[in-house]
Design a protein around this ligand. Structure first.
Ligand code: ZN
Ligand code: ZN
Ligand code: FE
Length: 761
């Protein structure tokens, strides 16, 4: 504490501020703070954050110290302020000193930050020298992570290195009082990047004002690839149903919802219900895609077929902001890729990859160093529930439960891969890498790991990875030398992630429900109830196993999974399934039933996700899935929120105990035969699944005496399920732990792996 003193007594303090405090306008902020209070002293960056000294009247110094946290720039994240009183030296000025030139930098790299109000104002001002300039930015906003090539963060180590500042920009950059002081991407129309219009083959289309031209093209129904912060988007006018359908056809993206970008929040409000928390997320500097409940049907159904939600984001780069106006207020802004490939981010790749999809390209000459997808998030019970943690969130670290002496690398899973590099008590979980079955995603993984090691000066000595021998990430880990290798079971990693995020040691009852993960017993796991600590686990229970004909084929075609459940429930009498899987031809169906009967090419799985697939099929989902979890997502959309009844099931004794779904499957079939409305059946099934979680937790409590339950796995992205599960658990006096910083899907696995591995050392 600063000693109790006369208000006007002069004191001097020396302070260090840690967190995201470099590249976010922190030093100019401190400068203004000091000057406005008549304080003298200095501020500079060093390898571990911002160092400053304030000298002046006691009360002013105390107020300034407090303001470091309460008035910090929007993009800053103050983690800690440590200070001591030192001897007053006297003097006249407050100075921003040059960065102490330390070789290694431990300060956090900032994520990309959405355009700020000040820059928006300048951009709209015809008298400003950056009027309508698509690359306007300042210390509070602009690209960061996507343009940083190395550390420490300064201009030569960004993709702005090739742009020499004009005298005006250089003056702003060098003036401590200016809001662009040391804004590394500072630029203007004289010296900075420029936009360019290109044709379908990437050939230059000369025009006076490419942005205005693109607005006209979009208005006329064209598909335009737009270069954003972390990659290309495919854009079209979202009000033009023909354009939306053309984009769907060209991208061969049959059903997966398209993300939308609206000019402003008022526009989003016209199409969606928005709560206070949702508004805050939508407007936050990370500018994620937020899922909102749709209202009305003013926008084409093809944007998000069979879905009650729309994913909206607001313009986050100045270039995006300039696309609106002139009759355009909502754009489809979907990832610029073909089918399941990662989004294009190098210009030449984009021209090639998006040939046949894009009519035009709106591109520019500021290179993107890292491919980073948009983050996707939603609000659940007033809190944020991430679905994809990427642009705007990364590389902000996720805390580890404690400081570790060794650094770890978590290699993640196969689908929705992320990797994770740790240092001390921080885990740097990567942006969304994608599915590691794709060569471009594999390359992004390998380069990304190297980049993170360099950015955060962390050489891992521990490598944690999934047990699945066929995963690329597993093989990658196995090839590494000179490190300790720790395989971590997939569902344990899910629960360890929740434990790590809460800084909780365990033990806990872990309910890990997803599609599939490698089980050490040679079967596929996915509906698991674990007794879990961070370092170890025991399998207490699981779903009754189902035979899946053709293994992965049953994931792509949910009706195959359904036949596994049906034959287990009803046996093999022919004709049983005629009325309940009507969409599937008799011949194909019989062939699959025969495979199941002979146990030929059949995989046994305790998956929870497949049970959702099964019920979706029974309710008419007869095609193949063209995005992960599609059948379950569509099933969820159908559920009638008013229905309260549920189906029977049993929890059988045994080690592990078993949730037997056969009574539920039989009851669903019975309801279908009886002609019960599908919305009611879907709701009853969700109620049943919620009761399965609660019953399994209850059984686990009987065995272990524990009353804390952690939920993870892609199945818990289903908020209809969560919404029905949590009250049951709470009424039964369980403490429920959900993810805090990471998504429940496999995007959390890399973090869970390092949490488990570090705890086991
Ligand atoms: Zn700004
Ligand atoms: Zn300039
Ligand atoms: Fe999983």
């Amino acid at each position: 504490m600063v000693k109790q003193a006369v208000d006007s007594e002069v004191i001097r303090v020396s302070a260090r501020v840690r967190g995201v405090v470099q590249g976010v306008g922190f030093r100019p902020f401190v400068y203004r703070l000091a000057v406005s209070r008549g304080l003298i002293g200095f501020v500079h960056n060093d390898g571990r954050g911002v160092v400053l000294e304030f000298e002046g009247p006691h009360d002013s110094v105390v107020a300034a110290l407090k303001a470091l946290e309460t008035e910090a720039p929007p993009a800053a994240r103050v983690e800690a302020i440590e200070w001591v009183e030192v001897t007053a030296t006297g003097g006249r000025t407050f100075e921003i000193a040059d960065s102490a030139d330390e070789a290694r930098v431990e300060t956090l790299v900032s994520p990309d930050i959405a355009i700020c109000e000040d820059c928006l104002r300048e951009m709209a001002d015809p008298g400003d020298r950056r009027h309508r300039y698509p690359f306007i930015n300042c210390t509070n906003c602009g690209p960061r992570f996507t343009i940083i090539t190395g550390v420490p963060y300064d201009r030569p180590r960004t993709t702005m290195a090739g742009f020499a500042m004009c005298p005006d920009c250089a003056a702003e950059y060098g003036d401590p009082a200016d809001r662009r002081f040391h804004a590394q991407p500072v630029a203007c129309p004289v010296c900075g990047p420029r936009v360019e219009l290109r044709g379908p083959g990437g050939e230059s289309v000369p025009c006076e004002d490419p942005v205005s031209e693109v607005r006209l093209l979009l208005k006329a129904g064209s598909m335009v690839a737009v270069k954003g912060l972390g990659g290309y988007h495919m854009a079209c006018d979202a009000r033009n149903s023909n354009a939306v359908q053309v984009l769907r056809d060209r991208k061969t993206r049959e059903d997966k919802p398209f993300a939308l970008m609206a000019a402003d929040i008022e526009t989003v409000e016209r199409f969606c219900e928005i709560s206070g928390e949702e508004r805050e997320l939508l407007l936050s500097p990370k500018r994620p895609i937020v899922l909102f409940r749709k209202k009305g049907d003013e926008l084409p159904e093809a944007i998000a077929p069979n879905n009650r939600y729309l994913g909206f984001m607001l313009p986050y780069s100045p270039l995006h902001r300039l696309l609106f106006g002139g009759g355009l207020d909502v754009l489809v802004m979907t990832s610029g890729n073909r089918a399941d490939e990662p989004i294009a981010y190098w210009d030449e790749d984009a021209y090639e990859q998006l040939a046949g999809i894009a009519d035009y390209f709106l591109t520019h000459d500021r290179p993107i160093y890292r491919r980073v997808d948009d983050s996707v998030t939603r609000v659940f019970r007033g809190g944020e529930m991430l679905i994809r943690r990427s642009r705007g969130c990364v590389p902000t670290p996720v805390p580890l439960p404690k400081e570790y002496g060794e650094n770890a690398l978590g290699c993640g899973a196969e689908v929705k891969n992320t990797f994770c590099v740790t240092k001390g008590d921080r885990a740097f979980v990567s942006h969304h890498i994608g599915d590691l079955i794709n060569p471009a995603a594999v390359a992004a993984f390998e380069e990304g790991v190297e980049h993170f090691k360099e950015l955060f000066d962390a050489e891992p000595t521990v490598v944690a990875y999934d047990m699945h021998p066929d995963y690329f990430a597993t093989q990658y880990a196995e090839k590494l030398t000179g490190v300790s290798k720790v395989p971590v079971q997939h569902h344990h990693a899910h629960i360890a992630a929740v434990l790590g995020e809460h800084g909780f040691e365990g033990p806990v009852i872990g309910v890990a429900w997803d599609g599939a993960g490698y089980g050490p017993d040679g079967t596929v796991w996915g509906g698991e109830i674990l007794l879990a600590e961070r370092s170890s686990y025991e399998r207490l229970g699981r779903f009754r196993r189902v035979p899946l004909a053709g293994g992965d084929a049953a994931v792509r075609e949910p009706w195959r999974a359904a036949l596994g459940y049906l034959t287990e429930t009803f046996g093999f009498q022919s004709g049983t399934f005629d009325s309940i899987l009507p969409g599937i031809s008799g011949e194909i169906r019989e062939a699959v039933v025969a495979m199941l009967d002979k146990r030929f090419n059949v995989v046994e799985s305790s998956s929870a996700g497949r049970l959702f697939d099964c019920v979706a099929s029974l309710l008419g989902f007869s095609g193949g899935v063209n995005y992960e979890g599609q059948a379950a997502v569509e099933l969820e959309q159908r559920a009638d929120p008013r229905e309260t009844r549920h189906y029977p099931f049993t929890v059988t004794d045994g080690e592990p105990f078993e949730i037997d779904w056969r009574p539920a499957v039989a009851a669903v079939a019975e309801d279908i035969r009886a002609g019960t409305d599908r919305t009611v059946i879907s709701a009853r099934f969700h109620n049943t699944a919620a009761r399965m979680v609660a019953a399994a937790a209850e059984r686990a409590r009987e065995i272990t005496g524990l009353s804390s339950v952690a939920l993870s796995g892609g199945v818990f992205q289903n908020i209809t399920l969560l919404d029905r599960t949590l009250p049951l658990l709470e009424r039964a006096r369980f403490d429920v732990l959900l993810h805090k910083y990471l998504p429940p899907n496999d995007g959390c696995i890399s973090y869970g792996q390092v949490v488990a591995a570090l705890a086991s050392l």
